[in-house]
Ligand binder design. Sequence first.
Ligand code: 13P
Ligand code: SF4
Length: 303
Amino acid sequence: MIKDIQDKIIRLKKERDVCILAHSYMSEEICEIADFTGDSYALSVKAKTAPQSTVIMCGVRFMAETVKMLSPQKKVYLANPAAGCPMAEQFDREVIAEVKKMYPDYAVVAYVNTTAELKTIADVCVTSSSAVKICRAIPEKNILFIPDINLGTYVKNQVPEKNFKLLSGGCPTHAKIEKSDVLSAKKAHPNALFLVHPECRPEVVALADYVGSTTGIMDYAEKSAAKEFIIGTENSIVQHLQFRCAGKKFYPLSKDLVCHNMKITTLADVLNCLEEGGEEIVLDEELRQQAVKCINKMIIYGG
Ligand code: 13P
Ligand code: SF4
């Protein structure tokens, strides 16, 4: 059954000139039919260069918006329109505009997990894999980092030469993990390396052998000589690594590390989107032009 649907999707996407992008948190069966899978940064770069006239994003809404911002001439669909990112909705433009007034000499550095509207007042965007590099590279010494306090704290610690102001947003999935979860996992698997996403709390990140994005974690585990790993990010990464690295063992840090927004997209959604079209992402042109500036800057500084 799964193979039948996958074959149909592969045939239809070629016939209809569609590029399927899938974030690494998608299921294995969706990643298999995608033209490209990766972390938020890699997907943003790919969105700009994919030659097809239509893109289906298997991920969450801000990712589809990013594709539309970078490729306004393309038709862009979010495979399941219910897939949002709670962190992206935590602050609206008016709130950040007020905070900006309090810190007029601070550059607004926005995690890409923000709405298109919020991006219109950001100076530069970052992703988990590019945040340290970009915060080091931008000329501004003062940085107002929005909205993720955990990623912001991680970057602040890595870039001590700059001044940071942080807000108190964050990812509800990663932020619920506690130090005690890590200690229990390490006790159960004493020989395993602990790999973690920087959206986790600082006391969790402090116990890690490696800190990185979803792609960073997967690359590290694949290349490492170690044989066992505790994975401190969404549990789909455990499954992907089990497929890719025969002979190695991967353990979820917690059974609660599940992003229900990422999990809502199914293979059938992708097929429906191809056959019937889904909700097309539409952005006001003035808003798009303003918001895309910080994404373009991210790609320049991110390399
Ligand atoms: P990365 O893809 O940058 O690792 O971020 C994870 C995430 O939470 C995306 O929403
Ligand atoms: Fe948003 Fe967290 Fe889900 Fe990523 S894992 S989409 S940051 S809620």
